[in-house]
Design a protein around this ligand. Structure first.
Ligand code: NAD
Length: 285
């Protein structure tokens, strides 16, 4: 029987831990506090930021969403970011992506000071994962969440052949580095990879972060129920239904385990953000 790797049990277990860690910080006079910068009102971004706020408050942290106008100029955006991130009563800050077109080529990652960069995109934080992680590091949330999910379900990356599809800076590349650090043999595939099916068929674990509705189907896997599939994609199909990169129904009978969309990696990403916030607050002690 194929195992469905749901985030819910991981979240409920971790929530208890987050609550008790938050209590400990409060006892030392620190309330973990996060500022979320939302530019404009892209509907998915509004939902994501609201969910992040609700989750942060559920374990006792503080979270304020700072709404900036869709048409804000580059100079004003930089100025606002500077003002917000200079305050020393905050422990975490991030800019919700995507940004409107006039801001798109700004390297947001380097504008948030590394100590409060709970998204883990600052060059200093990325350099840390290039060198190998430490307990104190702020790690990009989606790859970190995938590692947490794997750990919960006893999926040990050590010695495994892992195919990561997608080479973005927020998912694919850091994921490949983190798994390498955990002794996996990683193949990083992308839009120009030849024979993607063959790479996937050879893998023990496939992680897909492509952004194409149900593109990975049963043609890409062995049919021996031995492979683990992790779906990062968040897409909407032509009927308006939320779905991943993987054709869940088609793959289900053939694989050992698979993450659902929704209810899988997306929720883990929010958990990682909370863990990074508490880590940033502890780092400041
Ligand atoms: P991106 O959109 O920046 O890039 C997509 C990647 O897919 C590229 O590296 C490209 O080379 C690769 N690609 C495109 N077509 C391909 C093909 N036919 N075969 C192989 N590779 C191909 O990537 P992203 O920002 O990492 O987002 C990817 C998906 O993950 C999106 O659906 C996004 O919404 C989702 N996402 C989910 C979470 C989460 O929390 N679950 C977080 C971040 C992104």
């Amino acid at each position: 029987l194929t195992q469905i790797l749901k985030a819910a049990p991981v979240i409920s277990q971790s929530l208890e831990q987050l609550k008790s860690e938050c209590e400990k910080l409060k006892a030392q006079g620190i309330t973990p506090s996060m500022k979320v910068i939302l530019v404009g009102s892209n509907p998915p971004s509004v939902v994501y930021t609201r969910n992040k706020k609700i989750f942060t408050e559920s374990f006792g942290g503080e979270c304020e969403i700072i709404h900036l106008p869709e048409t804000i100029s580059k100079a004003d955006f930089r100025q606002q970011l500077k003002l917000i991130t200079q305050r020393d009563d905050i422990h975490g800050c991030f800019v919700q992506l995507p940004l409107p077109s006039q801001l798109q080529h700004i390297d947001v990652g380097s504008l948030i000071p590394p100590e409060i960069d709970v998204d883990g995109f600052h060059p200093n934080n990325l350099m840390k994962i290039l060198k190998g992680t430490s307990q104190k590091a702020l790690i990009p949330c989606t790859p970190k969440g995938i590692l947490t999910l794997m750990e919960h379900y006893d999926i040990d990356p050590s010695g495994k052949n892992i195919v990561v599809i997608g080479r973005s800076m927020i998912v694919g590349k850091p994921m490949a580095l983190l798994l390498t650090e955990k002794n996996a043999t990683v193949t990083l595939c992308h839009s120009r990879t030849l024979n993607l099916e063959e790479h996937c068929q050879r893998a023990d674990i496939i992680i897909s972060a492509v952004g194409k509705t149900r593109f990975l189907n049963s043609k890409y896997v062995r049919h021996d129920q031995s492979q683990v599939l992790i779906d990062v994609g968040i897409n909407v199909d032509d009927k308006g239904k939320l779905c991943g990169d993987m054709d869940f129904e088609d793959l289900l009978p053939h694989v050992k385990s698979i993450t659902p969309v929704p209810g899988g990696v997306g929720k883990m990403t929010i958990l990682s953000l909370a863990q990074n916030l508490l880590q940033a607050a502890r780092n400041k002690l």
